[in-house]
Design a protein around this ligand. Structure first.
Ligand code: ATP
Length: 306
């Protein structure tokens, strides 16, 4: 029975995903580890989309009752602003994004969008306002055009091209032998991490959600690719409420507020300059990060000159 229920869950899951027009949620949590189904309340209303303010109000959460993951987390992302979440591995950063998408319900406190508790609205309307650029994008075994259009199936060829240009992947696609009709994915052309992320950015540009969740790649990209991706991300997050799980210095420097999460609580918060001046957890994290990045860069230069 267990063996049978897993694929059935899986198929149900995929079906719901397509129905709800979700983008890239596969990577937000383990597909086969769906704990319980979140269902709409019988009187759930569509989310009334306002300016796009996000609020976590005293949120408590644990995956299993014996281990608390979030212990009273409160923060606000004003409409159009960017909040960066940083913190050690396991601190609960990705958990925050899973709760915003309502893959799980909070056990205490509230998650609100434009003042509405996300448990009171339909999941379809919730996910329509949210966009996600994950660390590692899943590509379908289909053309690159299809993979970009996945952000909004009604998009015209021209819109797909425009999104690819804005996401800084247009020139790369133009150089492929079959251009936008090139097959990608497991059985087609394999794209690099940076290329896949730009496909995800192009999808998000097409979807144009008022609220955006970015999960930056932890792995170092070469500085040219990083600059291109950063430019594309700046463009897509401009004017949108953005929460970013940040690993890059450039992102946190420009964030309106940085939240430093540690052991499920907010240890420090403020702007980059204010947090550096504090010489606390944030300052020491970024010192270490900078040293590591510089060491990697030196290694790369040494390898290239070999
Ligand atoms: P990283 O930077 O390494 O990605 P993170 O800050 O994003 O870490 P989370 O993914 O939010 O951390 O995980 C927080 C804690 O919750 C971790 O200790 C993790 O083991 C645990 N956890 C995550 N997902 C589950 C799950 N589905 N079931 C049980 N525990 C989980």
């Amino acid at each position: 029975l267990i063996q049978l229920s897993v694929p059935l869950n899986f198929i149900g899951f995929i079906y719901r995903e397509i129905r709800q027009g979700l983008t890239d949620i596969e990577h937000m949590f383990d597909l086969l580890d769906v704990p319980q189904e979140i269902v709409d309340k019988p009187d759930a209303k569509p989310l009334k989309v306002g300016p796009g303010k996000v609020e976590f109000r005293d949120v408590h959460f644990s995956y299993d009752p014996n281990r608390k993951i979030l212990k009273g987390v409160s923060f606000e992302v004003p409409a159009g602003k960017t909040v960066a979440i940083v913190g050690p591995s396991g601190a609960g950063k990705s958990t925050i994004s899973r709760l915003l998408f309502r893959f799980y319900d909070v056990q205490g406190g509230q998650v609100l969008i434009d003042g509405q508790d996300i448990r009171d609205v339909t999941q379809e309307s919730l996910r329509a306002v949210l966009g996600m650029v994950p660390q590692d994008t899943v590509l379908f075994n289909d053309t690159i055009a299809y993979n970009i259009r996945y952000g909004r199936f009604g998009a015209s060829e021209e819109e797909v091209r425009k999104a690819a240009e804005l996401a800084q992947i247009g020139p790369f696609i133009d150089k492929l032998p079959e251009g936008y009709r090139s097959m990608v994915g497991e059985r087609g052309l394999k794209l690099s991490g940076g290329e896949k992320q730009r496909v995800a950015i192009a999808r998000t540009i097409l979807k144009a959600p008022p609220i955006l969740m970015l999960d930056e790649a932890t792995s170092a990209l070469d500085s040219h690719t990083e600059q291109e991706i950063q430019a594309a991300l700046d463009l897509v997050s401009k004017g949108r409420t953005t929460i970013v799980i940040a690993h890059r210095l450039s992102t946190v420097i420009s964030a309106d507020e940085i939240i430093v999460l540690k052991d499920g609580q907010i240890a420090e918060r403020g702007t980059h300059a204010a947090l550096l001046a504090k010489h606390g957890l944030y300052a020491s994290m970024w010192d270490r990060q900078r040293e590591a990045t510089e060491a990697e860069e030196r290694l790369r230069i040494a390898r290239e000159s070999d």
